[in-house]
Design a protein around this ligand. Structure first.
Ligand code: A2P
Length: 281
C-alpha cells in the first residue's frame, strides 16, 4: 500500500482500486510522461491511467518498472482505441498495449468510446469478457458510455462493467449516470476532474474561498468534492509540485453545505466530445 491515505474502492470484480490516481492524457511520451509518473509514484500515487491513443504507454511502463515498486502495488489502467473495436481486433490491440507497457497484465482495461453509430461495442465487450476470464485483466470497464449504452451491454452480456470513466467536474456533474451506476454496481471515474484548461473553474471565487478556510488550493477542493461523492478521480498534471498537491487532500473534509455550493456550479455543458456523436478514429 502507500503512506498517503488514498482510500481503495472495491470494484464489482472484487478488485481493490485506489480512489485517486494520475491521469496522463496529453503527457508526451518520453521524458515528460516518465517524469510525471515517477513524481506521482514518489508522492504515493498507486493508480496510473493511460490509453493507447495517448501514445505514452511506453513511457508509463518504463517509469513503473524503474520505480522499483512491486507491480502488484500499482494499479494500471489503459484503454482500447476506437479503430481497434470489433471481434478480431481486440486481442491484438490488447497484446500490443501490454507490450508497449512492458507488463504481463493490466489491472483495468476500458473501451474508450461507445461509438454508437458503428455499433461494435457489444461484440467488443464480449472480447473484453474473454480477456477477463483469461485473467489477462483484473477488471474491465468502459469510458464515455451513456445510460442507453450501458443498458444495451447489460442486455447482451454477462459481466457488468466495473467502471465507467466519464467527463465529470462541478460544471458537468453527470447526476443521471451516477444514479444509474450506483444502482448497477458500476464505479464512476471522473475525467477532466478539474474542469479542463479552457475557462477553468480553478479561478472560481467560491472555490478559492472554500480552499482558504482549509489552507488548500481550488484544485484540492475540487478533488475533495469528487472523493466525497464517491467518485474515482484522476487529475492530470505534468508538474511535480501539482502532482504532490493533488494527492494532499486527505487531511480535510468539505461540509455538506460546501458540497452543495460546489454542486450548484452545474451548467450542463460538456467540455469534451459528446459520446452519442463521436464515431471516428
Ligand atoms: P498541468 O499539466 O500543466 O499541471 P483536467 O481537468 O482536464 O484534468 O485539466 C487539468 C489541468 O489543470 C491540466 O492541464 C493541469 O495542467 C492543470 N492542473 C493540474 N493540477 C493542478 C493544480 N493543482 N493547480 C492548477 N492547475 C492544475
Amino acid at each position: 500500500m502507500n503512506d498517503t491515505n488514498v482510500p481503495y474502492v472495491t470494484l464489482n470484480s472484487g478488485v481493490q482500486m485506489p480512489q485517486l490516481g494520475l491521469g496522463v492524457w496529453k503527457s508526451k511520451d518520453g521524458n515528460e510522461v516518465e517524469a510525471a509518473v515517477t513524481a506521482a509514484l514518489k508522492a504515493g500515487y498507486r493508480l496510473i491511467d493511460t490509453a493507447m491513443v495517448y501514445g505514452n504507454e511506453g513511457g508509463v511502463g518504463k517509469a513503473i518498472r524503474a520505480s522499483g515498486i512491486p507491480r502488484e502495488e500499482i494499479f494500471v489502467t489503459t484503454k482500447l482505441w476506437n479503430s481497434d473495436q470489433g471481434k478480431g481486433n481486440v486481442r491484438p490491440a490488447f497484446e500490443a498495449s501490454l507490450k508497449r507497457l512492458g507488463l504481463d497484465y493490466i489491472d483495468l482495461y476500458l473501451i474508450h468510446w461507445p461509438m454508437p453509430a458503428r455499433d461494435l461495442y457489444v461484440e467488443t465487450w464480449h472480447e473484453f469478457e474473454k480477456l477477463y476470464v483469461d485473467k489477462k485483466v483484473r477488471a474491465i470497464g468502459v469510458c464515455n458510455f451513456e445510460v442507453e449504452h450501458l443498458e444495451k451491454l447489460d442486455k447482451h452480456s454477462t459481466v457488468t462493467p466495473a467502471v465507467n470513466q466519464i467527463e465529470l467536474h462541478p460544471r458537468f456533474a453527470q447526476t443521471e449516470l451516477r444514479e444509474y451506476a450506483k444502482e448497477h454496481g458500476i464505479m464512476i471515474e471522473s475525467w477532466s476532474p478539474l474542469g479542463g484548461t479552457k475557462g477553468s473553474i480553478l479561478g472560481n471565487e467560491m472555490l478559492i474561498q472554500i480552499g482558504k478556510d482549509y489552507s488548500k488550493s481550488p484544485a484540492q477542493v475540487v478533488i475533495r468534492w469528487h472523493l466525497q461523492h464517491n467518485l474515482i478521480v484522476i487529475p492530470k498534471s505534468v508538474h511535480a509540485e501539482r502532482i504532490s498537491q493533488n494527492i494532499d487532500v486527505f487531511d480535510f473534509e468539505l461540509s455538506k453545505k460546501e458540497m452543495d455550493m460546489i454542486d450548484s456550479l452545474e451548467t450542463g455543458q460538456r467540455l469534451g466530445p459528446d459520446p452519442n456523436t463521436l464515431n471516428g478514429n
